[in-house]
Every structure is written in C-alpha cells, then in structure tokens.
Design a protein around this ligand. Structure first.
Ligand SMILES: CC(C)(COP(=O)(O)OP(=O)(O)OC[C@H]1O[C@@H](n2cnc3c(N)ncnc32)[C@H](O)[C@@H]1OP(=O)(O)O)[C@@H](O)C(=O)NCCC(=O)NCCS
Length: 179
C-alpha cells in the first residue's frame, strides 16, 4: 500500500501526540528509564505546534494512519514541544546559525524501514533551500545511530531537566551541509 509525505496540520495534533507516545514507549526503553520517558512525554516529547504553523513539520502516512513525523526549524529552540519550559521562538540567521532538526518519531510497527532517514532528508533539503548551511539537533540516545550514519557529529552531551530531579540525557549533534 502506498505511503505519502505531507506537511503536518493543526488537525493532526491529537494523532501526532499518539504517535509520539507509542514511539517513545516502544522504542526508547533501552535508552531511558520509565520515569524519564513518562516525565519527558509531559514536556519535551509533546507536539511543537510552532513547527506546524511554520510549515516545517512533515508526516508520512498510509491510509490515514501516521507512520512517522519529523521536521526542522528556523527558530532557536533546540528541542521540546509546546509543554516544554525552555522555548526560544526567535528566528535564526541562515548565514550564521544552524537550523534545528526537530522531533523525529516513527511508530514502533514501522521502524527500520527507512522512514526516519527519509523524513530527515526532507527536513535537511528544506533547511538547505531556506539558506542554512549548518544543521544541529538535540538527539535522543535512541536517535544517535541514525544521525551518525547520516553524517552528524557529536558536539556535546547535555541533560534536559524534567521534574523531581530527573533529567533526560540528549546529545547535541551537528552537520555542515554546504561550504
Ligand atoms: C530514531 C528513529 C526516528 C529512527 O527511525 P527509523 O525509521 O527506524 O530509521 P531508519 O529506518 O531510517 O534507520 C536508518 C538507519 O539508522 C540506524 N538506526 C536506526 N535505528 C537504529 C537502532 N535502533 N539501532 C541501531 N541503528 C539504528 C541504522 O543505521 C538504520 O539503517 P538500517 O536499518 O539499514 O540498519 C526511531 O527509532 C524513533 O522514532 N525512535 C524513538 C523516538 C526518538 O528517540 N526519536 C529521535 C528524536 S531525536
């Protein structure tokens, strides 16, 4: 059956949150504790509606079912959705700053079939078309093997504070896409 790519819309938000929940619980259990996943699902792993408004968030779907999502951003926020405390909506300067690669989640039923890397290529090409020459992200530990394969390098390890003293280890990674 055919899969299609399209931009996410505000109407997708409930289905996107379900996809994110399934992806986190189904695919991150080797990398994060249950407490880290549950707390992050309340903040960091929530839909970022700013990306949808900006037209920089994409979904792959089949028969109306969302299989994966991901995108990029021309704004300063490195990671985290609408319910994450640390947000910086200021616009980046494509000639100096790195575009942010944002919020990739694939449904556990559909993993390792190229959907994550396909969405990553779509986001990278869109950021390149907007004039960016560098890309960066706050990668989950689960995402690191994909991004290493795609030419990103580790810049630093970071801890995103969640709640009750619990934090989420993520990895800042970057890639040059043009000279
Ligand atoms: C990370 C994620 C988006 C990858 O999606 P995906 O559709 O399975 O990725 P792809 O099929 O395009 O994988 C491409 C390559 O990345 C690497 N890769 C992906 N998942 C991997 C894993 N679990 N272990 C090792 N390598 C992996 C492999 O090299 C893979 O190629 P291969 O399958 O031919 O070996 C998916 O695992 C996911 O949604 N994880 C949970 C949410 C999350 O943490 N997202 C990252 C946010 S930064």
């Amino acid at each position: 059956m055919e899969t299609t790519l399209r931009k996410a819309t505000a109407a997708d938000i409930p289905a996107l949150q379900e996809l994110i929940d399934a992806s986190v619980r189904g695919l991150q259990a080797n990398d994060y504790t249950p407490a880290q996943m549950e707390l992050a699902l309340q903040t960091v792993f929530t839909v970022d509606s700013q990306l949808i408004e900006d037209g920089t968030y994409f979904v792959v779907e089949q028969n109306g079912e969302l299989l994966g999502c991901g995108g990029w951003s021309q704004r300063k926020t490195l990671c985290g959705g609408d319910h994450h405390a640390v947000r910086e909506d200021a616009l980046l300067d494509p000639s100096q700053d790195a575009a942010k690669i944002r919020a990739f989640f694939v449904h556990p039923k559909w993993t390792r079939r190229g959907i994550g890397s396909f969405l990553l290529h779509v986001a990278e090409e869109a950021a390149l078309s907007a004039g960016f020459q560098r890309l960066e992200m706050g990668a989950t530990l689960t995402g690191v093997p994909l991004y290493l394969r795609e030419g990103y390098r580790v810049v630093e390890r970071m801890e995103v504070p969640l709640k009750d003293g619990v934090s989420l280890p993520v990895v800042r990674m970057e890639k040059m896409v043009a000279e």
